[in-house]
Design a protein. Structure first.
Length: 190
């Protein structure tokens, strides 16, 4: 409900309250007039209202009744409007509550996202690390076998040749592949 509607509802309520007070004041006035008239008639048996006064009084009463009916209709109209506005306020509050709950759920999901990405990345990187470790083991084993073969070849060549002759390779034999340091996990890598 916006500020204008809120002000309209307050204005309507104050107008209804004012009209009720006016109606109550008029009812009291009519009751006092009736009591005074009854007292005058009862106290004076010879008192007979003049026809024009009686007609004037009746026309005033009719006018007051018509005003009273108009006020009652206005009160009913304003009460219906207040009921409609109250329903709208209730529905808006329900909508706000639902949106607040949804917003909290989304905030919680967003806060959990980095952890989810880290876990997924760890799950994906695990097989890669295992494969690297396997390749490093194979590399060390092959390097050890190569050294063993080189040594045996050198021994065999030494036996066949009296001179010490070490094997030469066209390119240097690389050492074992160094172990990988732990890969830092970052969300950018995902």
């Amino acid at each position: 409900m916006n500020l204008t509607d809120n002000l309209n509802v307050k204005n309507i309520r104050s107008e209804v309250a004012r009209m009720r007070e006016e109606l109550q004041l008029r009812e009291q006035l009519v009751q006092q007039l009736s009591q005074e008239l009854f007292r005058l008639v009862k106290g004076n048996a010879n008192f007979m209202p003049q026809p024009e006064v009686s007609e004037r009084h009746q026309s005033e009463m009719r006018a007051l009744r018509e005003q009273l009916q108009e006020v009652e209709q206005q009160v009913k109209f304003y009460q219906q409007q207040i009921t409609v506005r109250d329903r709208e306020i209730y529905q808006l509050r329900q909508s706000v509550q639902e949106l607040t709950d949804r917003s909290r759920t989304l905030e919680k999901t967003i806060q959990e996202m980095p952890q989810i990405y880290r876990r997924k990345f760890a799950e994906r990187i695990a097989p890669v690390r295992e494969r690297i470790e396997q390749l490093q083991r194979e590399n060390r084993q092959l390097h050890a076998e190569l050294q063993s073969v080189s040594y045996r070849l050198a021994v065999k060549n030494r036996r066949t040749n009296s001179k010490v002759d070490l094997p030469t390779f066209s390119r240097p034999i690389p050492g074992p592949i160094p172990a990988l340091s732990p890969v830092p996990i970052s969300l950018r890598a995902l």
